[in-house]
Design a protein. Sequence first.
Length: 248
Amino acid sequence: MVVTKSRDIYLIGTSTQAILLLHSFTSTANEMRNLANHLHEQGFTCLAHNYEGHGETPERLFESSVEETWQSAEQAFQYLLDEGHEEIIVIGQSLGGVMALRLASHHACKAIVVISAPLMERPIESLEGRVLYYTKRYYRFQNKSEEWIEQYINENFPRPVDKLQALQQFIVNTQSILPSINKPICLFKGGLDELVFQQSIDLIEATVQGSFKKMITFPNSGHLITLDKDRDYLNHDIQLFIQQIIEN
């Protein structure tokens, strides 16, 4: 089985509003597919975009930088603008939530939804663990033997820390822009998620300045709520939030 580059998800709706969905670190647009389909059924144009280097070979992921990742998010936002959407709602999960917070400064951003976003410093080893997991999963899908994968891991890990440190700094530095965010915001965290992610959501809720803020905890879900047990409740709550924003 040959794994090809993951494709973006672009669903054209009937509403004048568009929704940009941004996935987590080392993941792909497929992470947001269920949510995108649900919102498209409500008439919204939905774009779930793959960051540069994501959804490709581990080597391409190794080569990519946080600057390229951020540029990918900006380019996706601009694409929706170029398609004629003057109001865009940004939904981001984990690293995508960090990107959503940064895109909130754009005048065309109508509201943001942040799911399990990290803003606090974590061990670099945790980020490398995500890259390691991605690498193993990718080559298992290509039917590589466990012996081949083990040898590849031994030759390519641990990864150089410079790019992971840059990613970590990009995430932590996002804290400084929180007081300037005044867009409507809906925040979600999983009750089974690591404490650092839950605390990050609490920090965002306490620091952003928008007059319309909601925070919801799903007790049966971990980090990636769009793929977890509460995903249908998540879809429903995001739909209600968007409807409130549009009506107001």
